[in-house]
Design a protein around this ligand. Structure first.
Ligand code: NAD
Length: 308
């Protein structure tokens, strides 16, 4: 155990398994006292159980750290308040929040039910708002805070069969950028981390679906060719040090940034910028655009899903 986070109080949502568990263990190993939040439901968000959060609390205690469990649902605003209050009651405040909880309800866009779209957005995007909104007051009082939002490359380049997930993760980038500006003056940093393919039940489910698509020999299924079957997933423990570092004093000036982890390779995303531009005096006509666009702005661009 080292002590980069000695004396800090942390909340990690969805910390009963997968990536959240590894982050909770890493924060505790640096001396933070950790609220291990987890609803304990299925991958699709159904059901609930105290067992996953309890098990991680026990693991942290066995390793010599301090943790308490919370089983509330991040997607409900009042319940998110209880998650943060658990830290205030047990540890006297909150310094660190990692918004990690997530669910998955994959399916083709043209078949997706409203209820499934809402459920995913409510956990990932609304859950990030809910917990951060409750945590920022106590952090602002201390004029110190660290919020790390777990997003995904799916929010940048899109994904197959996961429109709700990609939309929620893209929303988290906008929320991260804006929260970092609103909260920065109070000594609070807000950053996002995008894990590469990481060996958790969420990824295993995607791999299973890709295998099924391949076995069906379904040529229209882009999933079969998505590369998922060729990757060697990373361990959740690989990216946890990056999240822990963003919570330390040393990262105090790192705010509003997006990072990526591919195992032990960590990367920083340059903010989206205009890569090409064309200009005219007045307004473009369709004739002009038909001529110039393929030679300038849209030159060489690839269609990620051309007609089958
Ligand atoms: P996981 O299913 O193992 O972990 C998610 C955890 O969140 C579960 O323990 C679950 O019980 C909990 N949870 C779900 N809904 C909740 C709710 N409403 N309230 C509280 N807890 C809830 O999956 P994971 O892969 O560890 O995912 C963690 C995060 O990492 C997610 O945000 C996911 O989108 C993101 N991510 C994962 C990968 C990957 O390859 N595994 C890649 C990019 C991003």
């Amino acid at each position: 155990m080292s002590s980069y986070l000695e004396g800090k109080a942390a909340v990690v949502t969805g910390a009963g398994g997968g990536i959240g568990r590894a982050i909770a263990l890493a924060l505790a190993a640096e001396g933070a006292k950790v609220v291990v939040n987890d609803l304990g439901g299925g991958l699709d968000g159904s059901g609930a159980s105290n067992a996953p959060a309890d098990a991680v609390v026990e693991e942290i205690a066995e390793a010599g750290g301090t943790a308490v469990a919370n089983y509330d649902d991040v997607s409900r605003f009042d319940a998110a308040g209880r998650i943060i209050q658990t830290s205030v009651d047990a540890f006297g405040g909150i310094d660190i929040l990692v918004n990690n909880a997530g669910i998955s309800r994959p399916g083709w866009f043209y078949e997706m039910e409203e209820e499934d779209f809402d459920a995913v957005v409510n956990v990932h995007l609304k859950g990030t708002f809910n917990c951060s909104r409750h945590a920022c007051g106590p952090m602002m009082e201390r004029r110190w805070g660290r919020i790390v939002n777990i997003s995904s490359g799916a929010g940048i380049i899109g994904s197959v069969e996961r429109v709700s997930y990609a939309a929620a993760k893209a929303g988290i980038f906008g929320m991260t950028n804006t929260m970092s500006r609103d909260l920065g003056p109070f000594g609070i940093t807000v950053n996002a981390v995008c894990p590469g393919p990481t060996d958790t039940r969420m990824l295993q489910n995607s791999i299973r679906r890709a295998k099924e698509a391949e076995a069906r020999g379904d040529p229209s299924s882009a999933l079969a060719g998505s590369g998922l079957l060729r990757v060697r997933p990373y361990d959740p423990e690989d990216l946890a040090p990056l999240v822990a570092h963003l919570c330390t004093e040393a990262a105090g000036n790192v705010n509003g940034q997006v990072f990526h982890s591919s195992g032990s390779e960590f990367g920083w995303f340059q903010p989206l910028h205009v890569a090409r531009a064309i200009y005219t005096n007045g307004r473009w006509s369709q004739d002009e655009l038909a001529h110039i666009m393929p030679r300038s702005l849209t030159r060489g661009l690839q269609n990620p899903a051309p007609p089958a």
